[in-house]
Design a protein around this ligand. Structure first.
Ligand SMILES: Nc1ncnc2c1ncn2[C@@H]1O[C@H](COP(=O)(O)OP(=O)(O)OP(=O)(O)O)[C@@H](O)[C@H]1O
Length: 976
């Protein structure tokens, strides 16, 4: 087990081997709280849950010596958080891939750690309200750039140099004129080019993949690799004396041309900037040649500047890729993985800064765990015996105090133009010798008593590194290069130098002051979060598994204050909660909830109910303080009860959901049945409409067929019956005797059947032959048919009688019409005859009197006039001649009358005949009679008119009638 807990601090011992405790099953196990064994996952889980529950940003502060496993632990914590708040998965993966990039460019092999982080790193992971990762931001601190140009024995430069040299594809190698690592001066300073068990080529492939994942385009990747190659080629630039004064210029070789090409300038330009220095004197600018050392420093400064700028640019690109929308920034978990405490044989400015950073972190650790906690006891009225701890405030003062702190003195000395590392060492010794944490040493050295041990520093290079001055010619040169990145780096540097300083008198911020400011900012940031501490312990100095150097471990535990943490945890009350928080969290566990009203009494009642001994907790004015392990029982019970509640809720909700489901299901089915019914009814109505016409047509056809069949069958039956009857008749006639015999035989048989039981049954059947049965059946059938026929006959007879009656009726009508006709004819004839007679008589009288008789108008009532014949014989003779025409006209009328009468008589007779002959004829005699009568009436009217006209004409011609005639007419009138 590599993890253990000391109070609130997780202790992680580096196993230096794969311990198989970081798999998915472990993530799930801690996520589901299936286990609560100390683990980095448990710490990350606590941080995540506290962030989600309390809405407060959290921090996981990982500290320990170099090689103690801080970076690995930070990676595991991030992996767990990525699994918890993976979001869409992409952002989580990106965060994890950043390790690969930053390790390649910011990690190197040191004597303490094969993969030592040479920069500090704070990764802030942002979460949404729902706990999903929304983005991240990486903050880096003070990259050890001296490593680019200077290596200690057994150490390597940054991994990327070796990875590029061995892993770059041929096209890239050709483009950058890349050689093997052993051909570059910067890399061969130490004898260590490879790391055991590490494949740099493979690492390069992984790096390219990671760059792809963080969406760095191939062009940008190539530009970054070109800068790495440029740094390598810069290191290979050599200088040669050009005069007796030892001024130098760069050798015009492959290194110069390659470096110049990669930077986007000419070899001449590069040579100029590396071997000369422009000095401004008033308005004049002088070009000062550089000595060999100055040229080398200039070259190395350029290489360091390019590399450090490239590292910052990479971090910027990564942050862009992990960028998060502002609205999501609110809650975060920050993971701090800062370089661990370092103590080498020779410690330089870098170690000085790194160890100062560790002092700051230790101070944060002490403040949170010892100072604040113990102060709080006093303020909250808890009886507490103070636990002593190693407070590093004095050590920090040694670094930070103004004006006599190391940083202030360093800055002061850095600003003196004639100062050297010696003058600096002397100054420090002079001003700080009274501090118990400072000790001056021989020559340029001094030592500081850090919380983790005493470290001897060599001030060699302190001033130069603190100044970090870059020849403005170099910056100018970079800004005029054709390549994009050198121009960008120069621009940034120019912008930084243009930034206003605190006052115009104060010089540009030194590296030390800048770093101090960065750390202050970092601490302020961490103070706004709830910290979770992880202390990494290095089990041995040989980086070997299963090797435990007790002394080394104890030293680390002691130095970082773990023993005090344990002491405080045991004596103190690490769990603290306000009364309200406690009552809200555990109050529901009380059996009698109504008995207590205020949070304090609820809290105390809960503690009593769970038998927490009075020694195990303290009640403060505002908070409850519990000893280690006491809250566990309460938490367990709470978890148990909550699980029970959830279980009950689950069943209740399940039941309610099921009931609702059944109700909805029933309702849905009812609606469905209605809808289905309605649909089917509608369909049926449509179908029925469509079929009914077809069915009726079919029915008609079937009916016709049935009738036809019936008629055929009936016809056949009638014919068969007729034939049977006919045959029967024949049979009757021919076999009267036979029948008599048969009848006798039957009666005999019947007698025998009744009397003679001896006679066999077969014989009895023979005696009643089938003929008899058949005959009887036929007789019955014939009788039935006969009855039917008789019925039909009776119907026909009845119909005949009806026809006859109607015929008689018609005949009677005809007769009466004929009679009337005859009468009218007779009357007309009589009228005409009388008219003729009277005309004749008038004619004779006229002859006798010799005067003219003027014609007279007849009465319009012709039927009256027709009742008598005109007395033609009485017509006067004198006018007879003239009257011949009139007589002719009368004759014509008479003739016409005769003809017409004949015609009407004929028509009437023929109609009567038709009626008699064809009672069912199409011709309707009644209608025909009516039409005939109509015709006759029309003709009669016309005829009367003409008769009247004729009379008038006669009268006009002066054919005066005499009294007789007038009398005749009057007689006619009286008769009517
Ligand atoms: N949990 C672990 N399991 C297995 N190996 C580990 C673990 N932690 C650390 N190591 C091993 O120890 C080495 C050093 O760890 P790491 O780089 O994390 O140390 P560090 O404290 O970050 O050092 P530095 O301060 O120098 O960066 C790793 O390369 C790895 O081989």
């Amino acid at each position: 087990m590599i993890y253990s807990k000391a109070g609130l601090v997780l202790i992680a011992v580096n196993p230096y081997k794969d311990v198989q405790i970081y798999g998915e099953e472990f993530v799930t196990s801690y996520r589901q709280k299936a286990t609560d064994n100390p683990h980095v996952f448990a710490t990350a889980d606590t941080a995540y849950n506290e962030m989600m529950n309390d809405g407060i940003s959290q921090s996981i502060i990982i500290s320990g010596e170099s090689g103690a496993g801080k970076t690995e632990t930070a990676k595991m914590a991030m992996r767990y958080l990525a699994a918890l708040g993976g979001g869409n998965g992409r952002i989580g993966r990106k965060i994890l891939e950043t390790h690969c990039i930053l390790e390649a460019f910011g990690n190197a092999k040191t004597s303490k750690n094969d993969n030592s982080s040479r920069f500090g790193k704070l990764t802030e992971i942002y979460f949404t309200e729902t706990g999903k990762i929304s983005g991240a931001k990486i903050q880096t601190f003070l990259l050890e750039k001296s490593r680019v140009v200077q290596l200690a024995a057994g150490e390597r430069s940054y991994h990327i140099f070796y990875q590029l040299c061995v892993g770059a594809p041929p096209t890239l190698r050709e483009k950058m004129n890349l050689k093997m690592a052993s051909e570059y001066n910067y890399l061969i300073q130490s004898d260590s080019l490879v790391i055991n068990g590490v494949d740099d080529a493979k690492k390069f492939q992984k790096l390219v993949e990671a760059l792809d994942i963080v969406q760095m385009c191939k062009e940008e990747q190539e530009q970054a690799f070109a800068m790495i190659a440029a740094v390598l080629w810069l290191g290979n630039i050599s200088f040669q004396s050009i005069d007796n004064e030892h001024y130098v210029e760069a050798s015009a070789d492959e290194a110069l041309t390659s470096a110049a090409r990669l930077m986007g300038c000419t070899p001449h330009e590069l040579n100029q900037v590396l071997s000369t220095h422009r000095v401004q004197a008033g308005k004049d600018i002088f070009v000062k040649k550089l000595t060999l050392q100055q040229a080398i420093d200039s070259r190395d400064a350029l290489a360091k500047f390019i590399y450090a700028s490239l590292f910052d640019w990479l971090v910027e690109q990564i942050n862009k890729s992990l960028g998060v929308h502002k609205k999501y920034i609110g809650r975060s978990i920050s993971i701090l993985d800062i370089y661990g405490f370092e103590s080498f044989k020779k410690n330089s400015f870098e170690q000085f800064c790194i160890n100062y950073a560790n002092e700051r972190l230790q101070q944060h650790f002490n403040r949170y765990l010892f100072k604040l906690g113990q102060e709080e006891y006093g303020l909250d009225g808890i009886d507490w015996t103070k636990v002593d701890f190693e407070d590093n405030q004095e050590c920090l003062d040694l670094f930070e105090k103004k004006p006599l702190g190391i940083f202030s003195l360093l800055d002061e000395e850095s600003n003196f133009p004639n100062s050297t590392d010696f003058t600096l060492a002397n100054k420090l010794k002079q001003h700080l010798h009274s501090s118990s944490y400072f000790k001056g040493d021989r020559g340029r050295a001094f030592s500081v008593r850090h919380f983790a041990g005493e470290v001897l520093y060599d001030t060699n290079g302190f001033l130069e590194k603190n100044r970090d001055s870059l020849n403005s010619d170099l910056v100018q040169h970079l800004s005029s290069c054709n390549s994009e990145l050198p121009r960008l780096f120069a621009k940034k540097r120019i912008n930084q130098s243009l930034k206003p300083t605190i006052s115009s008198d104060t010089p540009k911020q030194s590296v030390g002051t800048n770093f101090k400011g960065q750390l202050f900012k970092l601490m302020h940031q961490l103070e706004n979060t709830k910290p979770h501490f992880i202390r990494c312990i290095k089990p041995n100095c040989k980086q070997l598994p299963d090797m435990y150097e007790e002394e080394l471990v104890l030293q680390q535990l002691r130095y970082c204050g773990i023993l005090e943490v344990v002491k405080i945890s045991r004596a103190g009350y690490p769990t603290r909660m306000t009364h309200l928080e406690f009552a809200e969290r555990y109050g529901f566990l009380l059996l009698e909830t109504n008995a207590y009203q205020d949070p304090l009494s609820i809290s105390v009642a809960v503690l009593k109910q769970f038998n927490v001994l009075p020694d195990m907790y303290r009640v403060g004015y505002t908070k409850l303080y519990l000893r280690t392990g006491q809250i566990g029982a309460l938490e367990d019970r709470r978890k148990q009860v909550l699980q029970g509640v959830i279980q009950v809720q689950k069943y209740f909700r399940g039941h309610r959901a099921r009931r609702l489901f059944h109700e909805f299901n029933k309702g849905a089915k009812t609606i469905q049945s209605f809808v289905c019914g309605e649909n089917i009814r509608r369909k049926y109505a449509i179908e029925a409409n469509r079929c009914s016409s077809y069915a009726s047509h079919l029915l008609d056809e079937q009916l016709a067929s049935v009738i036809y069949l019936q008629s055929v069958i009936r016809g056949w039956l009638a014919r068969r019956d007729f034939n049977n009857m006919h045959n029967l008749k024949q049979l009757n006639l021919e076999s009267v005797k036979c029948r008599r015999k048969v009848g006798r035989k039957i009666s005999e048989a019947k007698v025998f059947a009744t009397l003679d039981t001896d006679m066999p049954h077969e014989q009895q059947i023979q005696v009643v032959p089938s003929v008899m049965v058949e005959l009887q059946r036929k007789v019955l059938k014939a009788e039935a048919i006969l009855g039917q026929k008789e019925q039909e006959n009776a119907t026909l007879r009845e119909q005949l009688q009806q026809y006859e009656a109607r015929q008689l009726e018609y005949e009677a009508k005809m007769k009466s019409m004929e009679d009337m006709w005859q009468k009218q004819m007779a009357s007309l004839q009589t009228s005409l005859a009388a008219a003729r007679k009277s005309l004749a008589a008038d004619s004779n009288a006229g002859q006798r009197r010799g005067d003219v008789v003027s014609p007279r108008y007849y009465d319009s009532e012709d039927n009256v006039s027709m009742g008598s014949r005109t007395p033609v014989g009485n017509m006067p003779d004198v006018v007879r001649g003239r009257e011949n025409g009139s007589l002719n006209a009368v004759g014509n009328l008479l003739k016409e009358f005769e003809q017409r009468r004949q015609t009407f008589d004929d028509d009437a007779k023929s109609l009567a005949e038709i009626r008699m002959a064809q009672p069912t004829s199409n011709v309707n005699p009644d209608d025909e009679f009516r039409r005939l009568k109509c015709r006759f009436e029309t003709w009669k009217k016309e005829y009367k008119l003409r008769l009247k006209e004729t009379k008038a004409r006669l009268h006009k011609r002066g054919y005066e009638s005499d009294k007789t005639r007038r009398k005749w007419w009057e007689k006619l009138g009286s008769r009517s």
